[in-house]
Design a protein around this ligand. Structure first.
Ligand code: ADP
Ligand code: MG
Length: 534
């Protein structure tokens, strides 16, 4: 239907294109809120260590079994724009802090549910939005007030944070081992800039290979390159390796324009080829002269150059990914060189051992025993492919939370403890604010309690009973640490039980949930153009 309006003189004016659909007012709000809430509901049952898993089957029939919020939303294809915004929350959460995706999405869903109730009581969206924003601000203050500072050398606490993040992953008794690897890895790549610690986990390479067990997963002080040694005549292992990192081709450059070279007699042909070989030999000589015994080349290596390198006893790999080249530089302390003429001994990287080894079915090159690697590798092993995948997700979560705590050394108690404390503070604050906003702030308080409620529900506990007990315990001494321990089913001091999480995971979850929920609430008109006909 085309949208028409009329001028004062009654002339029809076409405003929107034919085929445009429009949906406004309460109906638009209701639709958006419903679509977004569906996403929250989908993830709800997966929250926490006793959450259920989802089996996802993609269009090619590949199966993933997980309860990782980000992974689930990655796989399902969402159509509705408001639902897509919920998917965005998970992505943002994952990119910013690496954990707490389910929490963020479930919270956003609940904020919307409560907002709908307020809309039904004729509270204007603008009031809801401003109330929610004030509540989120207050929640941040509360979290920071109850946060516990962590010394980054306090390995025991880092380990608790890592293990808590893996609680909901199906990696069972290997959690301790994986947590240790995660801590070692992050500590290796962490660096102090000014008076701040930066731990960029992009410098931790995670490689997974089916076979063996989770307990054989290990940290490599260096890197694993998914390439084979390029020539059979080359050594397969080099100790005390001096590594040249080259990002240009070890080939004779072919001209862009296809030139025709007319060769009339065989001697000329030979001279031509000799000339090429000589150039390649010179390249290899330059490498040799630098003292290198291993070459990683980002581009190709000519057959003849391979032959010359092999003759010199130099190991080489070609077409190494650019990201791996950068990691190699960080791990070995080498410098990536484009022009061979510039290659000096001080540009070479150093590793105790470079070795081609078989990992599962494939050959890979291990660059290890690096002295002070700024980039490290983790190899995840497990008997089943699905287990390796789940362990990789667990590892990324553990790496994320450890780096979160190293960068921002504050933690809070989990198991709903922080959420119940925030709700309590918000209810006090709401009465100070008063007016209609008070209702929105109280709704926010109710909404955030969805976290302990859901944790309890997923563990088969009675959510209302648990919530009542939690509320009663907060406000008493150490109340801010009281959460529901899902392994005992009781309300306990979660700090003492070692269920702790980074402050920034909680902050980010509240921030992104509030942002998306308020964005969705404020929409009262959805105008959609139809797709052009093909
Ligand atoms: P998210 O994607 O939000 O990280 P998870 O499924 O990882 O979701 O669940 C995280 C929640 O589980 C947090 O609220 C955390 O405090 C809670 N949790 C972890 N371990 C326990 C435990 N032993 N008892 C109670 N709650 C726990
Ligand atoms: Mg988690």
């Amino acid at each position: 239907m085309a949208y028409l309006t009329t001028t004062a003189s009654g002339q029809p004016v076409l405003v929107l294109k034919e085929g445009t659909t429009r949906n406004r007012g309460r109906e638009a709000q209701r639709n958006n809120i419903m679509a977004a809430r569906v996403i929250g509901e989908v993830l709800r049952t997966t929250l926490g260590p006793r959450g259920m898993d989802k089996m996802l089957i993609d269009s090619l029939g590949d199966i993933t079994i997980t309860n990782d919020g980000a992974a689930i939303l990655n796989e399902i294809e969402v159509e509705h724009p408001a639902a897509k915004m919920m998917v965005e929350i998970a992505k943002t959460q994952d990119d910013m802090v690496g954990d707490g995706t389910t929490t963020a999405v479930v919270l956003a869903g609940e904020l919307l549910k409560k907002a709908e109730e307020l809309l039904d009581q004729n509270i204007h969206p603008t009031i809801i939005v401003s109330g929610y924003r004030k509540a989120a601000q207050k929640a941040m203050e509360t979290i920071n007030n109850i946060a516990i500072e962590v010394d980054i050398d306090d390995r025991a606490t880092l380990k608790k944070v890592a293990v808590t993040s893996m609680a909901s992953k199906a990696v069972g008794p290997a959690k301790d081992h994986l947590a240790d690897i995660a801590i070692d890895a992050v500590r290796k790549v962490a660096e102090k800039r000014g008076d701040k610690w930066v731990a960029d986990i992009d410098n931790v390479q995670v490689t997974k290979k089916t076979g063996k067990s989770l307990f054989e997963s290990q940290l490599i002080q260096g890197l694993v390159i998914d390439k084979e040694v390029v020539h059979t005549g080359m050594p397969k292992n080099v100790e005390r390796a001096k590594i040249a990192l080259i990002d240009s081709a070890l080939e004779i450059e072919k001209t862009e324009i296809s030139a025709e070279i007319r060769i009339r007699d065989p001697n000329q042909m030979k001279a031509f080829l000799d000339q090429e070989n000589k150039m390649l030999q010179e390249m290899v000589e330059k490498i040799k002269a630098s003292g290198a015994n291993v070459v990683f080349c980002q581009k190709g290596i000519d057959d003849m150059a391979q032959h010359f390198l092999a003759k010199e006893g130099i190991m080489a790999a070609r077409r190494v990914k650019q990201s791996d080249m950068e990691k190699l530089a960080r791990a070995t302390g080498g410098r990536i060189v484009s022009n061979l003429t510039d290659l000096r001994a001080q540009d070479l990287g150093v590793a105790g051992l470079v070795e081609e080894r078989k990992l599962g079915e494939d050959k890979m090159i291990f660059v290890e025993k690096c002295k002070d690697p700024r980039s490290v590798a983790i190899i995840i092993r497990a008997g089943l492919e699905r287990m390796v995948d789940e362990a990789e997700r667990a590892m990324t979560d553990a790496l994320s939370v450890v780096s979160d705590v190293i960068e921002n050394n504050k933690i809070v108690a989990g198991g709903g403890a922080v959420e119940v404390e925030v709700a309590k503070e918000l209810r006090n604050y709401a009465t100070d604010v008063g007016g209609r906003e008070q209702l929105a702030i109280e709704s926010f308080a109710d909404a955030i309690e969805i976290i302990p409620k859901t944790l309890a529900e997923n563990a088969g506990l009675e959510p209302i009973d648990i919530l009542v007990e939690l509320r009663a315990s907060h406000g008493k001494p150490d109340g801010q640490y009281k959460g529901v321990n899902l392994f005992t089913g009781k309300v306990e001091n979660m700090r003492d039980k070692g269920v702790v999480e980074p402050v920034i995971v909680k902050e980010q979850a509240i921030k992104s949930a509030t942002e998306s929920a308020t964005m969705i609430i404020r929409i009262d008109d959805v105008i959609a153009s139809t797709k052009p006909k093909e």
